[in-house]
Structure formats: structure tokens, C-alpha cells
Design a protein around this ligand. Structure first.
Ligand SMILES: [Zn+2]
Length: 355
């Protein structure tokens, strides 16, 4: 084991500190590090990330993983909270060529309100996760955001890996560290702004107009980011996905250049090892009773489970916010500058925003 002294970035504390770092097994990193030190290079955060650790996208190709017919591709779901991204990710995970990682930005301490996270189902069932091992998480946190999808793909052996972190800043972080390739695409997941503002108020107690502001600004940031990165994207409205999931999943498969697989419509039959997200979207899986027991507030999950028992996947109408927002609150939300224009751009019929 080799021990080096250098300036390194202790991410958990968010500042540069003098410290030690050990690279016991990676010969390439060790060699680069020795060369850098011999040449008198003063190491700092950027050099560590770019010159030394510096393999932000592990050399994973179609050939190296044996994917002959399907392109290796990273997919980032972006959107506001409560936009249906967990259900979408779970459904995509039903396809044999797709693996859904969940909200991987939770692994990194720069996340706003960082939450320690582990695989939802394995944690609830007190099992050792075959995917999210401590070793994998250590490698990801050491190599940074750009390494996440590649390292995950090496474990799951799926050509298409979906990240459900949702935040534009996460995409920006991955891009800044060299983790976005020409094959990377995004799904912009949206929900009716009033439905979002109602959920946001339930969660934060903030007024409806503040939720409307957040909805607008979040999508402005997302589209600005996607334009800057020249990244192809598909817009998925939650309401349409919840009502006609098969249609949306077929469109997504066409976007990916893969064939639709009916397993997506019974996604709960496939193993899922995802991080974070809305646990209400997990209630169909057969071991979800442990997930419900594990959750402190069980009422929400139990009611979601009962609702799912009565329905097939699809045909749902998002009514939870109906009657919950007063007329003056709707006025305040819809007079938010550029909100109506943005909703129309995203494909909403404006009269649906008024009820
Ligand atoms: Zn697991």
C-alpha cells in the first residue's frame, strides 16, 4: 500500500485540507500520481480530478461489455421533485437493456441537504445489496460524479443506465468533470405546475406561488443546461405517462433505438436496486411490505399500495391536487411571469391548469 501526502479536497467538509490519500490497488492512478509528484506538480483539487484520478469515464464500450446491438448510453432524468421520476425510472428498469440507478447525487456531500442513502429494498429487507456495495460507493465518491454511470454499468452489465437524480446542477457537475458523452441523453419529466405546487406546499409548507416560482425556475435551468450541453432530450408529462404508460415507454424505446419490451408494463417483476426516490412508486414490488414497515410515515405508502391494488399500470388521472388550491392561489400561481408560456411549451393545455 502506498501512502501519499498532498493537498486534497475533503468533499464532506467542502474545503481544501492537507491530508493523506491511499491508492493501494489501482496501478494506473499510482503511476500517474508518481509521475506528477516527480515532475514537481503541486496537486490540488482539479489536478487530482483531471490529471491523477482522471479516468472520469471508465473505458466501457459496447465491445468490452459484449453489447452488440444496443448502444451504451447514459440517460439523465431531470425535473422538479414530485414529477413522477421514480415511477418512470422503475418502469424503464423493467426493460432487459435498461438499469435504473435512482438518485445517485445523494451519494455526494455537495448535494443540498445531503442524505446518506443505500439501496431502498436491500436496506428495508436487511440484506446485503449485490449492486450498491461499500466498495462501489467508495469508488464512486473517490472518482467523482463523472464515474458513477460507468462504474455502475460494469456491475449491472446493462447498456443503458438511467440516473434519476433530477437536478440540473447534478448534470452540470457530471458535465464539468467530463462525464457527458455524445451518446448521453435526458428525459425532462414534468408535472402540471399546480399539482407540483400543491405537493411542494404539503412537503415544505411554502405557499402555492413559491412552488410556482420553483417549478418555472427549475425548468428554465434544465433547458438552459441541456442547450449548453447540446444534449438531446425527450419531454415526458407525468399526467400522460400515468394515463398511457405503454405509449410513453414505446416512444422512449424509439428514442433509445431499442425495441419496446412488455416487461416494462410489469416492471415490478424485475429486481430493483435504486437509491432514494418516492417510495410510493415501489409499493408494487413483492417485498415492499418491508419497505413500508421501514418507513416512519406509513400512511402515505399504505394508501398508495391500496390504490395500486385496485388499478393496473396506467389509466390514472392525477387528481390529488384538485380542490386543494383556492382560486386566489391559482391566480397567484398562473400570473407568475412566463409560467403559462413554459407550461404551453411543455405541452400542457392551459385550461387543464385551471381545472
Ligand atoms: Zn439492493
Amino acid at each position: 500500500m502506498v501512502l501519499y501526502q498532498m493537498d486534497f479536497y475533503r468533499k464532506a467538509e467542502g474545503r481544501i485540507r492537507k491530508g493523506f490519500i491511499m491508492y493501494p490497488e489501482d496501478q494506473k492512478i499510482k503511476r500517474n500520481l508518481e509521475l506528477a509528484l516527480q515532475s514537481g506538480m503541486k496537486l490540488n483539487t482539479m489536478q487530482l480530478q483531471e490529471d491523477v484520478i482522471a479516468d472520469p469515464r471508465p473505458a466501457v464500450t459496447e465491445t468490452s461489455l459484449g453489447f452488440d446491438d444496443v448502444s451504451v448510453r447514459d440517460v439523465y432524468i431531470v425535473g422538479t421533485p414530485f414529477c413522477g421520476s421514480t415511477l418512470l425510472g422503475n418502469a424503464l428498469n423493467g426493460h432487459p437493456d435498461i438499469s435504473y440507478m435512482g438518485e445517485t447525487d445523494r451519494l455526494f456531500p455537495f448535494r443540498i441537504n445531503p442524505l446518506p442513502t443505500k439501496c431502498n429494498f436491500c436496506t428495508a429487507n436487511d440484506e446485503k445489496c449485490p449492486i450498491w456495495s461499500e466498495d462501489l460507493i467508495d469508488k464512486m465518491t473517490l472518482n467523482g460524479p463523472a464515474s458513477v454511470s460507468g462504474l455502475y454499468r460494469e456491475i449491472v452489465k446493462a447498456p443503458i443506465v438511467v440516473d434519476g437524480s433530477k437536478h440540473a446542477y447534478w448534470l452540470q457537475k457530471v458535465h464539468a468533470e467530463g462525464g457527458i458523452s455524445d451518446d448521453t441523453v435526458a428525459i425532462v419529466s414534468v408535472r402540471n405546475p399546480l399539482a407540483f405546487a400543491n405537493s411542494w406546499r404539503n412537503y415544505t409548507k411554502e405557499p402555492i406561488w413559491q412552488g410556482a416560482n420553483l417549478w418555472r425556475d427549475t425548468y428554465f435551468d434544465i433547458f438552459r443546461t441541456l442547450a449548453c450541453f447540446n444534449m438531446p432530450y425527450l419531454i415526458v408529462r407525468y399526467e400522460e405517462f400515468a394515463f398511457r404508460p405503454k405509449k410513453i415507454l414505446k416512444i422512449f424505446c424509439g428514442f433509445m433505438g431499442i425495441s419496446f419490451d412488455s416487461k416494462m408494463m410489469q416492471f415490478w417483476e424485475e429486481p430493483l436496486h435504486s437509491l432514494g426516490g418516492n417510495w410510493g412508486a415501489h409499493v408494487w414490488f413483492k417485498n415492499s411490505h418491508n419497505l413500508i414497515k421501514f418507513q416512519q410515515d406509513q400512511r402515505h405508502l399504505l394508501s398508495a399500495r391500496n390504490a395500486f391494488k385496485e388499478h393496473t399500470f396506467g389509466g390514472w388521472v392525477d387528481k390529488k391536487w384538485h380542490g386543494r388550491i383556492r382560486p386566489n392561489e391559482i391566480s397567484a400561481a398562473l400570473t407568475t411571469p412566463y409560467l403559462i408560456e413554459l407550461a404551453a411549451f411543455l405541452g400542457y393545455d392551459i385550461k387543464d391548469l385551471i381545472l
